[in-house]
Design a protein around this ligand. Structure first.
Ligand code: URA
Length: 311
């Protein structure tokens, strides 16, 4: 491919393949903008772009309507100091539907999550929640897969492209590896429950921000509490750090039992291990994950035999 704009079908296909491999799979505007051709004007001086598609269908009720009482925090107003036009060099317009991630959104998430008494209710509350920006670029809410009555629950970081398209966690390449890891200890999706800390795909598979994680944290914590698994597996550092309240790196954490304590005080043994996506990049570390999964298998077996003895 040359440095000039691609013109032949082969060059265009090559460029699109490059974008896809870089995780760019969403066109944000109907009309492409050649940023190189634009004058070096400040964003606010540019001609207005085509109106952005509002990702919220007209018919979707506001969350407070859908849920009865929880009133999401106000969108920032110019007087709040958070208006984009107050920020030097900020984009001229903010997406109409985008929420500003702040403590108020996390508080709204906490209220909603606490109010859910079943997984179905939790899923409905999350689907109606507009407090996390990631929702507006994602195609689907990725709530969970597997058996909610399983003894084992696994929690990853955030959905990728395949998961976003299907609305199910771990269905892409790393999901196929996860299925093989489960099969290695005699389990599958009928005997395990799988979810993510973040239920919406971050655009381009970028790392979720700490704010986004804090906003989504109450949902996954409530999900764990409602499933009440006997054993929790944290797939990767972000899941381990978020749910085990630690800042240690995954290579130190993995292989050692920790405890996840739910809001109601239930202590669930948790095994942090390496994320399947990391294992795809570093296959030499698969033996470490294999050891961790054997620990998990033994813990589940202990639990069953303990309970068979009627203790
Ligand atoms: N990685 C994750 O952490 N979760 C998924 O669902 C897919 C990939």
């Amino acid at each position: 491919m040359t440095a000039a704009s691609p013109s032949t079908p082969a060059e265009i296909a090559e460029l699109l393949a490059f974008y896809a491999s870089a995780g760019v799979d969403d066109a944000l505007e109907d009309t492409p903008i050649n940023r190189f051709a634009e004058p070096a004007a400040r964003p606010a001086e540019r001609a207005p772009a085509a109106p952005r598609r509002d990702p919220r269908p007209e018919s979707r009720p506001a969350p407070e309507q859908a849920l009865g009482q929880v009133k999401p925090p106000e969108r920032p107003t110019p007087s709040s100091g958070l208006d984009a036009s107050n920020i030097p060099d900020a984009p001229a317009r903010m997406p109409a539907a985008a929420a500003v991630p702040d403590e108020a959104q996390a508080a709204a998430a906490r209220q909603l999550a606490a109010r859910a008494t079943t997984l179905d209710e939790l899923r409905r509350h999350m689907a109606a929640f507009d407090g996390c920006n990631l929702k507006f670029t994602a195609k689907n809410l990725v709530f969970a897969d597997g058996n909610p009555n399983a003894d084992l629950m696994l929690v990853g970081e955030a959905p990728g492209r395949d998961e976003d398209l299907e609305g199910l966690p771990f269905v892409g390449r790393s999901g196929r590896l996860l299925d093989r890891m489960l099969a290695a200890i005699g389990l599958d999706r009928s005997s395990a429950y799988i979810a993510n800390v973040i239920p919406w795909r971050p655009p381009g598979n970028r790392t979720p921000t700490p704010h986004e994680t804090e906003i989504c944290r109450p949902f996954i914590e409530r999900q764990i509490e409602l499933v009440n698994p006997k054993v929790l597996v944290n797939l990767g550092g972000p899941s381990a750090k978020t749910l085990l309240n630690t800042t240690e790196g995954i290579l130190r954490l993995r292989g050692n039992w920790r405890v996840h304590t739910t809001a109601s005080g239930i202590a669930i043994p948790a095994m942090p291990t390496l994320h399947p996506a990391y294992l795809l990049r570093s296959p030499a570390h698969k033996k470490l994950a294999w050891r961790d999964f054997l620990e998990v298998k033994a813990k589940l077996k202990d639990w069953v035999s303990h309970n068979l003895r009627g203790n």
